[in-house]
Design a protein around this ligand. Structure first.
Ligand SMILES: NC(=O)c1ccc[n+]([C@@H]2O[C@H](COP(=O)([O-])OP(=O)(O)OC[C@H]3O[C@@H](n4cnc5c(N)ncnc54)[C@H](O)[C@@H]3O)[C@@H](O)[C@H]2O)c1
Length: 323
């Protein structure tokens, strides 16, 4: 999948949000490939157990417990770093609807601190985690990066604003940046316990215990679920790509969509669960359908996205069975 030559030389990566789901998987992969990794996380949603897990891996690892809203912390964290993989953010569309100022401060102002400190410390490239939510509810599928964006929540607006800031930092101040628009990422270490947890870990946890699951709306909404290994592949290739990195936004998905009903039935069958589906009212800010066109990612960063939903679900369910 990944061109291992990219990781032949030892580089230093700062992973913001590295105690979280995507960040800790990225950190683990880089450490296993003999890279130096620094994680900056305030542990707001990240887990101490993820940091413990990283400390036990082979490789040079440092953890800074700190907040991206503090500029001085960002300056210290980006010192002597080659690449920044910026994952820190508050997730959850529904939570953002009730906490607009908090999301602004955390996800927009915090990211601005990361960009500014990266510029001051001559970072080679900043790869920012963006989101498919920037497209909003436009009916046309698949989503192509040239389409207009219509964010429907403070969370989505924050992601789009950070894309603009990173483009500004590239075009005006020559800081190489790329934005990866993730489409519903899933895999090991995704937290199923929060009230706003993503559907796959939530469904696995409930069905595994033969409990009922809840679906908002009629379940016919579709999503392009992306296995974590595809996202790792994308981040590392984005960091090392020779292409112009001037804040381009790139879809990172699988290019395949499934309804939430189909997904629930698949997981229920794999786990031979007696849990049932309970339908609840649609949530404000949720989009109906989502599917990525991944041609730009293939062309620009040689992204493959070839771990399919079948394979990814299998790997994920097996992981949760053992953990
Ligand atoms: N998981 C998905 O499906 C998905 C989809 C689209 C975009 N994204 C984006 O990918 C990134 C990673 O997502 P994730 O699923 O791993 O979420 P996560 O909540 O597991 O990880 C985010 C991490 O950021 C940390 N964090 C939040 N605010 C911080 C702050 N102010 N200072 C320092 N650390 C802070 C949290 O403690 C957490 O560990 C996020 O930017 C998210 O918006 C995720």
């Amino acid at each position: 999948m990944l061109n291992k030559k990219m990781l032949n030389k030892k580089n230093t990566f700062l992973i913001t949000g590295g105690a979280g789901f995507i960040g800790s998987n990225l950190a683990a992969y880089l450490l296993q490939n003999n890279q130096k990794v620094i994680v900056l996380d305030n542990l707001e949603n990240g887990l101490n157990s993820n940091i413990k897990f990283l400390e036990n891996l082979y490789g040079e690892f440092n953890f800074i417990k700190g907040d991206i809203r503090d500029f001085n912390t960002c300056l210290i964290a980006t010192k002597n770093v080659d690449y920044v993989l910026h994952q820190a953010a508050l997730g959850s569309v529904p939570r953002s609807m009730k906490n607009i100022h908090l999301y602004h401060e955390n996800n927009i102002s915090g990211s601005l601190n990361i960009l500014e400190s990266s510029l001051k410390n001559n970072i080679k490239k900043v790869v920012c985690a963006s989101s498919s939510s920037v497209y909003g509810n436009t009916p046309i599928l698949p989503k192509v990066e040239t389409m207009s964006t219509t964010p429907l929540s403070p969370y989505a607006l924050g992601k789009l604003t950070v894309e603009y800031y990173s483009t500004l930092y590239s075009n005006t101040f020559n800081l190489p940046t790329l934005n990866l628009r993730y489409f519903n990422v899933y895999g090991p270490r995704q937290n199923p316990l929060s009230a706003y947890a993503a559907v796959i870990p939530k469904f696995i946890k409930s069905f595994k215990a033969n409990q009922n699951i809840e679906i908002y709306g009629n379940g016919e909404q579709t999503r392009d679920f992306t296995y974590i290994e595809n996202v790792i592949d994308a981040n590392i290739k984005a960091a090392f790509s020779d292409n112009k990195s001037n804040g381009e936004a790139i879809n990172i998905g699988c290019g395949y969509k499934i309804t939430i009903n189909q997904l629930a039935k698949t997981i229920k069958n794999i786990l031979t669960s007696t849990g049932e589906i309970i339908y609840k009212q649609n949530r404000l800010g949720d989009v109906s359908d989502s599917l990525a066109d991944i041609n730009k990612a293939k062309k620009l960063i040689d992204y493959k996205g070839n771990i399919t939903l079948d394979i990814g679900l299998d790997k994920t369910i097996n992981w949760y069975k053992g953990n």
